[in-house]
Write a protein that binds this ligand. Structure first.
Ligand code: CU
Ligand code: CU
Length: 333
């Protein structure tokens, strides 16, 4: 059987007509590549829709306008209060997730979504995470941050049907991650066991419209290369449903890279510049329109848009953008 690499797929996809086909993908199926090629053709303007199809109702993205709110909009920050305990419940669940129309990925999830829920605490809180493994493989939760060795989610493997409670002081302030650390690590991460972990500084950040963006990829044909790229789990979702913000408001984006297989991912914003604080820690801010993150890197981005209108944001790796990692801000007065 001929092995179609992602790049060969791209090369052959262009002339195909745009017909988002419905097919259920088991890993390793060549069918996935063909249908995916048709989605691609839509976005490359080979359909009758042309560039208008890059935004709004014609964009083939899964679901309704508020489906991803729980991942995009983090819980509210709480002011520092000594001795407070923040509790979360996480369950590992095997779940098929629809990542593009008709394209199902057999994911391993925390609480049923890829990425998992946003965990938030204030520096100095006691974070208590009750983890139950209701999936079919052994898993853990490994948090980034400072904590004791036995809370690190590496050696305390949580077998299916068992539970573990992680408890530690949330520090340092910043934007962190959590992910499974069972082996093979690459597989456990790529299957979907990861999420965003915000630790607010004791001295709060200025009030803002806050958004979380977790960049990822999916290898749907099992060849060790991603076939789809997304923010918050669904290809082209924010092209189908642009993120509305006000010109006057401060917009803060918590941006993380949980892409497997590809060494880096990136975010590029059109027609404006933002401030970027790597890892959400320290005093260093960069002023730019493009940031690059290695696997596991993350940072905090702040912007007040200068103009109203539609502004694209996407991975600056053009290939990732064409495979789903593209969206829009709709800036209004
Ligand atoms: Cu795992
Ligand atoms: Cu990590």
């Amino acid at each position: 059987m001929a092995k179609f690499t992602r790049r060969r797929l791209l090369a052959t996809a262009a002339p195909l007509a745009a017909t988002p086909a419905l097919v259920k993908i088991a890993s390793g199926e060549a069918q996935a590549s063909e249908d995916h090629g048709r989605h691609l053709a839509t976005h490359e303007g080979h359909s009758a829709h042309g560039h208008a199809a890059m935004i709004g109702a014609d964009v083939p993205a899964v679901g309704g306008p508020n489906d991803l709110d729980a991942l995009l909009l983090p819980p509210k920050p709480l002011p520092y209060q000594p001795g407070r305990v923040r509790e979360y419940e996480l369950r590992a669940l095997d779940r098929e997730v629809e990542i593009a129309p008709g394209v199902f990925f057999p994911a391993w999830t925390y609480n049923g979504t890829v990425p998992g829920p946003v965990i938030r605490a204030t520096e100095g809180d006691v974070l208590r995470v009750h983890f139950t493994n209701a999936g079919s493989h052994p898993h853990t939760i490994h948090f980034h941050g400072i904590h004791p060795a036995n809370m690190d989610g590496v050696f305390e493997i949580v077998d299916p049907g068992t539970s573990f409670t992680y408890e530690f002081e949330a520090r340092p302030a910043g934007f962190h991650l959590y992910h499974c650390h069972a082996t093979p690590l690459k597989k456990h991460i790529h299957k979907g066991l990861y999420g965003a972990f915000i630790i607010d500084p004791k001295q709060p950040r200025p009030p803002a419209r806050e958004l979380v963006m977790v960049m990822n990829g999916y290898d749907t044909d099992g060849d060790g290369e991603n076939n789809f790229y997304t923010v918050n789990g669904r290809s082209f979702y924010y092209a189908r449903y642009p993120i509305r913000v006000r010109r006057s408001e401060l917009v803060r984006v918590y941006l993380a890279n949980l892409t497997e297989f590809d060494l880096v991912n990136s975010l590029h914003l059109h027609a404006d510049f933002f401030r970027y604080q790597p890892t959400g820690t320290g005093d260093h801010w960069e002023y730019t329109d493009t940031v690059v993150q290695c696997q596991g890197q993350r940072g905090v981005l702040e912007i007040q848009f200068a103009n109203t209108g539609r502004f694209m944001f996407h991975a600056h790796q053009s290939e990732f953008a064409e495979l789903g990692w593209m969206g829009f801000f709709e800036v209004v007065d």
